[in-house]
Design a protein around this ligand. Structure first.
Ligand code: DAH
Length: 517
């Protein structure tokens, strides 16, 4: 898509215009410094304008990386005093052969310099060593009074301080090759040279011509008041300009729906409660009138814990009453299950299989009237599939009070799902701890079908009597993951726990029902 030239001009920033203006005045290839000087801009402004002009295809910015060499402090010293081997050669030019110690002294070199000097004397074949005596060679004699390439480069650097290594002469190259072999004589720095080159598209713009008027970017109070704003020039914005994608941190979608659910119940005036994940069979099953031979208590359904294998039971009165409710109904008027209840079975520790135990605990400690909810993780021995996980979330709740009845319960659930944006229907169901009991299903318009999401009912007397609760209690327990899956449009429950960063990034930051109205 090529943009209309006038539109491009309209969107140019004043700095961009100035840089283009420099081409108009000076030619088609410019160094940033030339632009700085001719347009009275600072280098930062030039470079940033050059960058945006380049992204618009109006100029190109050529880069040439070059090495700049200069003398180090040691290099400078050698340049002034001569390389150590040169200083030794000087001594040798007066005496053809000398013992090592003496030559060092005469050349006034220190120990390390003397080593370097000897090394290079040999490398350059200026001398040989014979039984501790240093002797000058023919090459050495020829070298007297005649600077080598490395020495010439040192001299040059002493004079010019800096030198580009781009396209060096043979002499400089040879000198450089010799000098870099010795550590710490020359410093090498990389520099980048930029050249701004106008493109054909840029030329077209120059042909049309640009107006160097500075466009208004901020309006003042008085410009607005006096109406001056009407006559100002404004720069066009390219709202289709590319922008960098960024991914701000956000709440995980499952966490988000949990928070939304908490908001709903808190706004309905419910108290929030919590319970332990490591629970006793007593609170998870027995207290809820779930017989000790119930299928859900089997090892293949429930995670039993080895360590600690047992947990403490609450005060004896409650335990005794629960036992009686199971055995013969106690004072509830029920016959109970008619078996011998075993306290040790109730002591076993389990990973809670539902959050209903939290409701029982809450009722043991609080007097009605009350409204309580709890959100938490529960665990069941499920094989992992696209539909099931051994760990998921439930939201549990109870409403207790003299006037509370089954219709209230259905009303609360209707309201709850409505707030989440779903239609709910109820089917008769069975749970050991409730009567009447129901299952909630919500409608999926795109599938034209109903899916089951949780259970609810009125707690039975066998549950309430041992807890000392004398009012009716409406209770419900609902799954959360399925709701989240519907919300997010995912078919595999594992997605919720996968931390698939690509998927998470694509999710909108806010999603779901607006709770503010
Ligand atoms: N605990 C049940 C489950 O996990 C759900 C449930 C049913 C909770 C009835 C309740 C209830 O509080 O009254 O499937």
């Amino acid at each position: 898509m090529t943009k209309d030239i006038n539109r491009i001009i309209d969107e140019l920033h004043i700095y961009e215009k100035k840089v283009l203006n420099a081409f108009e005045q000076l030619g088609s290839r410019l160094s940033p410094e030339e632009v700085v000087e001719s347009q009275k801009m600072d280098i930062k402004a030039v470079m940033s304008a050059a960058g945006s002009l380049e992204s618009k295809g109006l100029i190109t910015v050529d880069k040439k990386v070059d090495e700049v060499i200069s003398l180090s402090s040691v290099g400078k010293l050698y340049a002034e005093q001569g390389l150590p081997e040169r200083r030794m050669l000087k001594v040798l030019s007066e005496n053809d052969a000398l013992p090592m110690g003496e030559i060092t002294k005469k050349a006034s070199l220190d120990k390390s310099e003397s080593k370097i000097a000897i090394g290079w004397l040999m490398k350059k074949r200026w001398a040989v060593i014979d039984k501790g005596t240093v002797k000058i060679t023919e090459d050495g004699k020829k070298a007297i009074g005649k600077g080598e390439d490395d020495e010439l480069l040192l001299d040059k650097l002493l004079e010019t301080q800096k030198m580009m290594l781009f396209n060096p002469s043979k002499l400089v190259q040879r000198g450089y090759d010799l000098l870099v072999k010795r550590k710490g004589l020359i410093d090498v720095k990389k520099t980048t040279q930029h050249t701004l080159v106008i493109t054909e598209k840029g030329m077209e713009i120059l042909e049309v011509g640009i107006d160097l008027v500075d466009a208004a970017t901020q309006l003042t109070h008085s410009q607005l008041k006096t109406g001056e704003w009407k006559s100002l020039q404004y720069r066009g914005y390219d709202i289709q300009a590319e922008y960098p994608e960024f991914y701000p941190g956000k709440m995980h979608p499952l966490r988000r729906i949990v928070e939304e659910i908490r908001d709903i119940f808190l706004n309905l005036g419910f108290t929030e409660s919590r319970g332990p994940i490591l629970e006793s069979a007593f609170w998870n099953f027995d207290c809820l009138f779930q017989p000790q031979d119930h299928a859900a208590r089997e090892m293949q359904d429930t995670f039993y814990i080895k360590n600690p294998q047992h947990t403490k039971l609450p005060e004896t009165d409650l335990v005794t009453k629960v036992g009686q409710a199971h055995e013969n109904g106690g004072k509830t008027g029920s016959e109970g299950w008619g078996y011998i209840w075993d306290e040790d079975v109730a002591r076993q520790s389990v990973l809670r299989t539902h959050t209903t135990g939290v409701s029982a605990r809450f009722l043991s400690e609080n007097q009605p009237p009350l409204k309580m909810f709890s959100v938490g993780r529960v665990f069941r021995r499920e094989t992992i599939t696209y539909k099931h996980l051994p760990e998921f979330h439930q939201v549990e709740g109870i409403v207790a009070g003299d006037e509370v009845n089954f219709r209230n319960l259905l009303g609360i659930l209707k309201e709850f799902y409505k707030k989440l944006g779903f239609e709910v229907r109820f089917r008769p169901a069975y749970f050991p701890y409730t009567y009447l009991s129901t299952e909630c299903e919500i409608y999926l318009p795109e599938k034209e079908s109903w899916i089951e999401l949780g259970g609810a009912g009125m707690f039975r007397p066998e549950v309430l009597e041992p807890l000392g609760v004398e009012t009716p209690v409406a209770a419900f327990g609902l799954g959360i993951e399925r709701l989240a899956m519907i919300r997010l449009g995912i078919k595999d429950i594992r997605m919720l726990y996968k931390s698939d960063i690509g998927w998470l990034r694509k999710l909108p930051i806010t999603q779901g029902v607006d709770l503010t109205d």
